[in-house]
Design a protein around this ligand. Structure first.
Ligand code: FES
Length: 570
């Protein structure tokens, strides 16, 4: 058997081997430490990312597990992207974080790696990088926050951030109540506790088979999260011995399992960007059509906010993601390999649902089909996404006049203007908010309802953009329109008053303007000025793909046979 990556590193001849051993010894490690499998722990701990600020404690538990199993743990930091703190949007830096993770894994003498993540972008970014590096890997997220409580009501971040802000703007709650909601919303470490993007992605890790059972729903503050971390530490050492890599686990079947779970959970639209990006790293094409095909046969069975009633803490007590997957088993590839070394079906064999209102049986779903749909039409030739489970049924078949905002600045300047000529039947259009136009495809697709309509009792309108939205948002919102406006997609050609139609049953998004008129507007169209002329942003604008390809960089998709994790150090 060839030496492991770490053995080759420490056993090198001459000055190279001497420095590898001597500098490692300087940290207090001896030859017996160096003889064991070296397990990296890629830690996205950061005090600039509140959702990940408890990961040091989790890291200690992973180390304990690695040591128990006979490995040597070495922690290293990777970029941490905090959804609430990072400007202009964390998505702009997802690919940067993925590159950081990939290069740190590839460049260091690691035999296996545990990825410590939590907030929205940290999980997909870490997995994209680890998938490209392709050494044995286990994903471990930090877990969701505990439920918020206020006057007998359960609060959820950040669905209630938006709901109460809308009510405050409508004048239906006082400043005092609004402040009290803020004070009672976030009561523990962890990521947002509704089925937002972090809950979705960290749950899908179980279905992909790259995380241990329990990863999705064990609350951050629950002692079982620390036990899970120690178990991940023990299991990564076994995974290294077995030589099981991400490319053995993340297969088309595993991706189907993840998409089926996504629909069953009523999960975040952001998964429709992140999963194609992860798949692309392994050379797997994951077209939007696959999401739609699986949506039609995957019932919505998890009663989770923002589409349903419960939050992650409730889901955990009801049996967690293993129980959801056990219900779904007839629709899953149960034989898919996972990081436990066993199949997905074996992982969930002993799971059980303890509250059938949180996790419905397949025979009594909340909806017969999944919560997300892919739309096409002359407004979105390459596709668009709607979370119809969180939409108003009356607006899912709607035709109305467009009210167009050129970009986010234009939206902010005019949306609450009392003089704005807007009626409930209007279709709010936001242009230039995609991967290039945003830049970084910000979560602005849930355009606010104009205050003058809020005061009239309006709480939802059809809204269309090339942006993303937070998984915690709700409403009749069409997102990820491709191609985006900033590269001349049809969205760029929409003008005030144009008739726009959403026909969810037909999965259609149509702009009712003649071809001749569209051709005239296309000829007159000018692209917006680039948002960056230097630095990482400049690289991003030159290489980012459109949403259906996961908004990954064109040069990061697929495998490069010339690049190997076995490459020697110079
Ligand atoms: Fe981090 Fe919501 S802000 S998960």
């Amino acid at each position: 058997m060839p030496p492991s990556r770490s053995q080759a590193f420490f056993a090198e001849d001459g000055v190279a081997g001497l420095t590898h051993r001597a500098f490692t010894a300087a940290m207090g490690y001896d030859s017996s430490d160096m003889a064991r499998p070296i397990i990296g722990i890629a830690n996205t701990f950061s005090e600039l990312n509140p959702c990940n600020s408890h990961l040091r404690q989790l890291c200690d538990a992973v180390k304990r597990g690695v040591l128990q199993a006979g490995g040597t743990p070495l922690e290293f930091p990777t970029i941490s992207l905090g959804e609430t703190h990072l400007s202009p949007t964390s998505m702009l830096c997802r690919n940067l974080a993925a590159m950081d993770t990939e290069e740190m894994i590839r460049g260091n003498p690691l035999d296996g790696v545990v990825l410590l993540t939590n907030c929205d972008k940290t999980t997909p970014a870490a997995l994209m990088g680890a998938a490209s590096a392709d050494i044995p890997t286990i994903m471990l997220s930090g877990g969701p926050m505990l439920n918020g409580h206020f006057e007998g009501e359960i609060l959820g971040a950040c669905t209630d951030c938006r709901r109460y802000t809308a009510e405050f703007q409508a004048g239906t709650i006082s400043a005092e109540t609004y402040k009290a909601v803020e004070a009672n919303l976030v009561r523990s470490a962890g990521h947002c506790m509704v089925m937002g993007t972090a809950s979705t992605m960290n749950s899908l890790m179980e279905a992909l088979g790259i995380a241990l059972p329990g990863n999705g729903a064990i609350p951050a503050a629950d002692s079982r999260r620390l036990q899970l971390a120690a178990a991940a530490g023990r299991q990564i050492v076994r995974l290294v011995a077995q030589g099981i890599r991400p490319s053995d686990i993340i297969t088309p079947a595993a991706l189907d399992n993840a998409i089926t779970l996504l629909h069953a959970l009523g999960g975040s639209t952001n998964a429709i960007v992140h999963l194609p990006a992860i798949a692309g790293r392994l050379g797997i094409e994951l077209p939007l059509a696959r999401f739609d095909a699986l949506s039609r046969r995957s019932p919505l069975i998890a009663n989770m906010r923002p589409t349903g009633r419960y939050q992650m803490e409730d889901l955990f007590y009801a049996g967690g993601i293993p129980a959801v997957m056990k219900e779904l088993l007839p629709l899953l590839h149960g034989d898919a390999l996972t990081v436990t070394g066993r199949s997905l079906a074996e992982n969930v064999a002993r799971a059980a649902v303890s509250n059938a209102d949180v996790i419905r049986p397949l025979s009594n779903p909340l909806q017969a089909e999944g919560g997300l749909s892919i739309l096409r039409g002359n407004l979105a030739p390459d596709g668009a996404v709607i979370k119809h489970a969180a939409a108003s049924p009356a607006l899912c078949q709607h035709r109305g006049p467009a009210l167009v905002f050129k970009n986010v600045a234009d939206l902010k300047a005019r949306i609450h203007d009392p003089a704005l000529d807007v009626r409930p039947e209007h279709v709010l259009i936001l242009q230039n908010s995609g991967p290039i136009g945003g830049p970084g495809m910000p979560e602005v697709g849930n355009l606010p309802i104009p205050q003058k309509l809020l005061k009239q009792g309006v709480r939802d309108m059809l809204r269309i953009s090339d942006a993303r939205m937070s998984g915690t948002s709700y409403g009749t919102i069409v997102l990820h329109v491709a191609p985006e406006a900033a590269i001349g997609g049809p969205l760029a050609l929409v003008c005030d008053g144009d008739e726009v139609e959403l026909d969810l049953a037909q999965r259609r998004l149509q702009l009712h303007v003649s071809e001749g008129e569209l051709a005239r507007r296309r000829a007159a169209w000018l692209p917006p000025a680039p948002a960056f002329t230097r630095g990482y942003g400049h690289l991003y604008l030159r290489h980012v793909n459109q949403a259906p390809l996961g908004a990954d960089f064109d040069f990061l998709r697929g495998r490069d046979p010339a690049l190997s994790v076995e490459q020697p150090k110079f």
